[in-house]
Design a protein around this ligand. Structure first.
Ligand code: AKB
Length: 316
């Protein structure tokens, strides 16, 4: 039987991943690791919650011992735009936090899932059909922590045999919990504003193509990879995964098919734009497809239909 800890359980991905894990493995076997943000009733009523600050190794260690976990989904992280504002915090959470998780996992025999990101690439990376194994020279603190994190996870597998696995997530679009402080956040906000005001002012410019993914596929990627036969994994950490690539015009066009009066305006944020310009336009995820059968379900049109349906009920 699996015993799972999810760090960052109140975040955009954590809050939805944990519900799916509880459904699959039993409510009491999946513990929500929460830190600053108070968990909502959905999380607290459906299973155990513990305070887990990944930068506090003693606390992390005692929670992992208490429950005897065999798996940690380590989602606590600082996203790209906030990382540029607070590089020190980003280093502490994204690197020292991950190091602590890996150390505790090594001592207590846990498998670890850690997401990397399209942010692990930079201007000198081939930006179209970005290969799995390529140049990684990011120019952001977020990117620096993501590349170092990928290498650290590889090291812990090779050196200590810790079962580390991970994907490079693109921008994740969801309707349960808002993302906090990323460059791709516009692709979530645009749907909320389309329902509320039928217009949206985008902080990234026309023609800014980025990889994106709908939350159900992001959850599927994490769980499918953790359940994959380890003998088939050549990369283990940092698999490119994507389901669609679009710019603001393209997502707006898909919204207009359902809300014809929707209007898109621009007010470009130079910090976010510079980050986005250094990231791939579209990644090649064929290694994930070959090594563990990555097979996403949602394209842009299917996602837009679902997002607008869910949000029109939620925001009534
Ligand atoms: C961000 O924009 O920082 C994240 C990411 C792509 O890693 N959504």
């Amino acid at each position: 039987m699996q015993k799972i800890l999810v760090t960052g359980a109140v975040g955009q991905i954590g809050s939805e991943l944990i519900m799916e894990l509880r459904k699959r493995y039993g409510n009491n076997n999946v513990v929500a690791g929460v830190h600053r943000t108070q968990p909502g009733e959905k999380l607290t009523n459906s299973g155990p919650c513990e305070t887990v600050d990944c930068t506090n190794v003693e606390q992390l260690n005692s929670v992992v011992k208490k429950y005897n976990f065999d798996t940690i989904y380590h989602l606590a992280a600082i996203l790209s735009a906030v990382a540029e504002e607070k590089p020190n915090l980003a280093w502490n959470v994204n690197i020292n936090g991950l190091y602590n998780v890996l150390e505790v996992a090594r001592e207590q025999g846990c498998a670890v899932f850690t997401p990397s990101s399209i942010g692990a690439f930079g201007e000198s990376t081939p930006l179209d059909n970005t290969p799995q194994d390529t140049i990684q020279r990011p120019s952001t603190m977020y990117g620096v922590t993501k590349v170092a994190g990928e290498l650290l996870c590889d090291y812990y597998f090779k050196r200590f045999g810790v079962d580390t696995r991970g994907v490079r997530y693109p921008g994740i679009i969801s309707n349960e919990t808002l993302p906090g402080g990323g460059t791709t956040d516009y692709a979530v906000e645009i749907y909320y504003e389309a329902i509320k005001n039928k217009k949206y002012t985008c902080n990234l410019g026309k023609g800014t193509y980025l990889d994106m993914m709908y939350m159900p596929d992001a959850i599927k990627a994490a769980i499918d990879l953790m359940e994959a036969d380890p003998a088939k994994l050549k990369h283990r950490n940092a698999f490119n995964v994507t389901t669609m690539s679009f710019d603001p015009e393209k997502i707006a066009a898909s919204i207009k098919k359902i809300i014809p009066e929707f209007v898109l305006n621009y007010d470009v944020d130079p910090v976010r734009q510079a980050i986005a310009n250094s990231w791939p336009n579209s990644m090649d995820d064929s290694d994930a497809r070959e090594e563990w059968g990555w097979n996403p379900e949602y394209d842009l049109e299917a996602m837009t239909k679902d997002m607008l349906e869910v949000l029109s009920k939620k925001l009534k």
